[in-house]
Every structure is written in C-alpha cells, then in structure tokens.
Design a protein around this ligand. Structure first.
Ligand SMILES: *Cc1c(COP(=O)(O)O)cnc(C)c1O
Length: 217
C-alpha cells in the first residue's frame, strides 16, 4: 500500500456512496513510524498527520514544521490532563476529549491563550471497560458541556472493539452525532476505512496501510 493507493480507495469509496471525496479528510497516522518514512509521505504532498502521544509528537514534528509548510497535526490518542496545555500548543485538532475535567481544562487554557484546537468527543461505543472514550450514557451531556464552554466542537470519534463488526459502531456514532447536530465523524482505520466512509466518516485515520507495519520496540 501507499499514499496514492489509499487516496484512490478513498475516492472510490466516496463515489460508491454518493459522497464528495473532498469532504473526507485523510489523516496519515505516523505514530512510531521511522522518520524517513514520514518524510517520504510529506514529500508526496501529504500534510495531515495523526499522532497518539503528545511527547512523541513533540519530539518529531517541530523540525518537520520547519521544513514543510501547512502541516496539520491531529491528536488521536488519550490525553492526560497534565498534558493539556502542551497538546493544545502542538495540535490543530484533538480527537480524544472524553471527560468533563479535560473539557474544562481545555477551556481554561483557551481563555488564557485565546486559541483552541478543534475538538472531537471520543465515544466508547463498545462500552469496553479498559478503553478511553466517554460512555454512551454520558455522551450527550459531554457534548452539551463542550458547547457551553465554547470549545470548537467538530464531531465525534470512536475506535470499535476489535472483535465486533466496525460498521455497527460507525452507524451508532453517526446516529449520536446527527441527534446532536454534529457533522464531523472521526472513524475508520487501515482495515475498515471504506466501511467508515459508507457510514459517513469525515476524518479517517490510516496508519499502517500508508506507512507499513509499525515496529514497536
Ligand atoms: C494507530 C491508530 C490508528 C491507525 O491504525 P492503522 O490500523 O495503522 O491504520 C487510527 N486511530 C487510532 C486512534 C490509532 O491509535
């Protein structure tokens, strides 16, 4: 696989489901990838990247930002409250707002600095105890709170349970977003992004299909 293959598959899936390909943002998930692979994908023109750890991203992206214009960084991994400020400084979009305390911490930093990344509320659609994301019962309240705090809320994000049919979770997320008047849907990874596009994804997060397998040390 490569970047152009994924773009072609994105466009094909969009056409098949009567969607406009430009409405679907491809986030290239570069976590753990060797820098030369990331640089190669930058060289191919990709500018939107996803990382799941603040510290790793802080070590990697400032120098790429010096070399390449218009890089857009998305945080797609869990955010600890003590890293809120650092995350807000580095990232353009944060997909993992999953609790009231974090939303409040972000609002405080935003008030102070006058700037705030766009946010997605992460929903634990599978109600998995070990997984990040706000519970289904708490989602409407968290959405309302983000709005009341004035955070720039774009939509909802989910990571389906590994052993369940992703489409069911994508459809559920789309339904909750529609009920709450939200357009943004961050869902779909290497193995299921076409299903996510079928269910209305606006942001797909694709890592290994672009960069190759991640080699964890
Ligand atoms: C790693 C990761 C991805 C990308 O996964 P691939 O299977 O490599 O495409 C997408 N979303 C999140 C939240 C991730 O942590």
């Amino acid at each position: 696989m490569s970047l152009t293959d994924i773009q072609t598959r994105l466009e094909t899936a969009a056409r098949r489901h009567n969607r406009v390909a430009d409405d679907i943002h491809l986030i290239a998930v570069s976590k753990v990838q060797p820098l030369d692979r990331v640089e190669a994908v930058l060289g191919e023109g990709q500018r939107v990247f996803g990382e799941n750890r603040v510290q790793e991203a802080q070590g990697k992206w400032p120098s790429f930002q010096d070399q390449f214009d218009d890089i857009e960084l998305h945080l797609i991994g869990p955010l600890q409250s003590n890293k809120t400020r650092a995350a807000m400084e580095l990232f353009d979009v944060i997909h993992t707002v999953d609790r009231s305390r974090l939303a409040q911490a972000m609002a405080r930093v935003a008030d102070e600095t006058g700037a705030c990344p766009e946010i997605f509320v992460q929903v634990n659609t599978g109600d998995e105890t070990q997984k990040a994301g706000c519970s289904l019962q708490e989602t409407d309240a968290l959405i309302a709170e983000c709005r009341a705090l004035g955070l720039p809320l774009k939509g909802l994000m989910c990571i389906p349970p590994v052993h369940e049919t992703p489409s069911l979770h994508f459809a559920l997320l789309a339904k909750i977003a529609a009920q709450n008047g939200l357009d943004g849907l961050s869902m779909g990874m290497s193995s299921d992004f076409e299903d996510a596009i079928a269910q209305g994804a606006t942001h797909i997060r694709v890592g290994s299909a672009i960069f190759g397998d991640r080699a964890y040390a």
